[in-house]
Write a protein that binds this ligand. Structure first.
Ligand SMILES: Cc1cc2nc3c(=O)[nH]c(=O)nc-3n(C[C@H](O)[C@H](O)[C@H](O)COP(=O)(O)OP(=O)(O)OC[C@H]3O[C@@H](n4cnc5c(N)ncnc54)[C@H](O)[C@@H]3O)c2cc1C
Length: 472
């Protein structure tokens, strides 16, 4: 089923959740100024899917149309359609749309549970398919939580048990888990949170090798929101002062599991090291491929802002600055091209079309460099004003407003308020969570480089050079 953004918001508002913002437990979370923009961004995923057939494919599993992000990719074309959807979402919202890790979780649990059952004769895949049917037919928004708090990183998980989500108890009806996941994008605003492993584990660490799903009825889950300067800005109000005032900053939270009971129907990997590795590596590759398309969309948003800023400043005829936009376009298309390449050169894994491992990981490395470079160009184009401008409140103040209006004006084709809106949007790009989110979201570049080092075929490259220089 395909629902509208409004349907999703109404459903979400009915959930009882324990959410903390800036030290306070909040009521009516769907209307909170810090949470509402993330909900708007997710709602936008629904509305866009209703407008574009490629984003709402037919699923054989439920015999109806479903959201592209809840779909199991069977071909490279399926995956490419998802990448296009994500690029467009990133460009139009200028923020995270939060459902991407959910999509990666679906496309990694599908093959991992299938392979697990083939190896052990268990019924995890059947349980997963039953749950996926529910997700698809109700058009749930899903997120993916991998990152454990880890504590002292020099210790193995078994020596820092509480810092990793682990099994506390198991009985005939399910398992009880404790621990916490950090940096969780939009978990508080989703219908389903997939909880996946943060890393591979060794023999003796089976209690951490878990994958399961939590739903709003589960008891003992606490969400603690991030609190950066942007969240303070959103609480301060104003109609456009926070820059990306509709869709907000990339909003994450810490999710604490305080002895949470999970029924067996929603446990998809249980204390199995091989399946744990399968889920983790499939997720990482899928997420890094999608991340490159997502970064292309973010850079597209920066390009739009840069182009408007040039016009608002009366600088749009200056070729040195226009060249910077050309460079940004090149970077965006390159990041997108890598994602498409990874999808096109992908492979089949237990019924799912997965991206090419090396190309997807290259997407992470190049995407991060590209995002940084694009941000730098945007900053050069915009001048210093995104971090020095007066506020919307000064512009509207009866005493100083007229003077702010006069001294912040530039190209008469743009009102001062319009110019200030563009400035605030660029401030958002330069100072929000985007830079660190781009670097670390989906795993830090270091993690992608480890994949590249391990998997690269150095021998064939060495042999090519040996042949070229007659070295035998
Ligand atoms: C905005 C944002 C959104 C995110 N959304 C999600 C989400 O939705 N779901 C989710 O699960 N996670 C999410 N993440 C988490 C992200 O995957 C992690 O930030 C990333 O994996 C790095 O983990 P860390 O931040 O805990 O780094 P740390 O563990 O604190 O490490 C710090 C640095 O050291 C490096 N490092 C650590 N150990 C080693 C080692 N042994 N060898 C080499 N380098 C090492 C790390 O790569 C990192 O660069 C998000 C992060 C951000 C910033």
């Amino acid at each position: 089923m395909i629902i509208t953004g409004n349907d999703y918001v109404e459903r979400l508002a009915g959930y009882k959740r324990e959410i903390y913002v800036k030290g306070e437990k909040i009521e009516n979370f769907a209307q909170h100024p810090n949470i509402r923009p993330a909900i708007n961004a997710i709602a936008f995923t629904y509305d866009l899917a209703t407008k574009n057939e490629a984003y709402s494919p037919f699923s054989d599993l439920v015999g109806q149309k479903v959201n592209r992000l809840n779909y199991v990719n069977k071909t490279s074309q399926d995956l490419i359609a998802r990448l296009d959807y994500q690029r467009e979402l990133s460009m139009r919202t200028g923020t995270c749309h939060y459902r991407c890790p959910g999509s990666d979780a679906i496309c990694s649990l599908y093959p991992a549970t299938k392979a697990l059952d083939e190896r052990l004769g268990t019924d995890y895949h059947e349980k997963f398919l039953a749950f996926l049917k529910e997700i698809q037919s109700k058009d749930y928004a899903c997120t993916g939580a991998l990152t454990d708090t880890k504590g002292d990183r020099s210790k193995r998980p078994k020596d820092a048990r509480d810092m990793y989500v682990h099994v506390v108890e198991k009985n005939d009806s399910g398992i009880v888990v404790s621990g916490a996941k950090i940096h969780q994008s939009g978990a508080f605003a989703a219908d389903v949170n997939f909880i996946l492993p943060t890393q591979t584990f060794k023999k003796g660490e089976e209690e951490f090798a878990l994958a399961f799903a939590v739903t709003p009825e589960d008891q003992g889950i606490k969400f603690v929101l991030q609190n950066t300067g942007y969240q303070a800005k959103f609480r301060e109000g104003g109609s456009f002062e926070p820059g990306n005032f509709k869709y907000g900053d990339r909003l994450t939270c810490t999710v604490i599991f305080d002895n949470v009971f999970i029924p067996w129907e929603r446990v998809f990997v249980f204390e199995d090291l091989e399946a744990n590795r399968h889920v983790l590596t499939s997720f990482a590759v899928s997420h890094r491929c999608a991340g490159a398309a997502c970064k292309a969309g973010f850079i597209d948003s920066m390009i739009g802002a840069a182009s408007l800023m040039l016009k608002a400043n009366g600088l749009d005829k200056v070729s040195a600055l226009r060249q910077k936009i050309g460079e940004m376009v090149g970077i965006s298309e390159a990041a997108y091209g890598i994602a498409i390449g990874a999808a096109t050169k992908g492979r089949e894994d237990s019924g799912v079309h997965q991206p090419n491992v090396l190309i997807a990981n290259a997407g992470k490395v190049i995407g991060v460099d590209g995002l940084n470079k694009a941000l730098m160009n945007l900053a050069e184009i915009a001048g210093g004003i995104p971090v020095t401008a007066p506020s919307e409140f000064d512009l509207k103040n009866p005493e100083i407003g007229a003077l702010v209006e006069k001294y912040l004006s530039a190209n008469p084709e743009f009102s001062t308020e319009e110019r200030l809106k563009i400035i605030k949007f660029i401030e958002f790009w330069a100072t929000s969570s985007h830079l660190l989110g781009g670097i670390h979201g989906g795993g830090s570049p270091a993690a992608a480089i480890i994949f590249l080092q391990i998997m690269a075929d150095l021998k064939s490259r060495e042999d090519a050079v040996r042949d070229a220089i007659d070295l035998h």
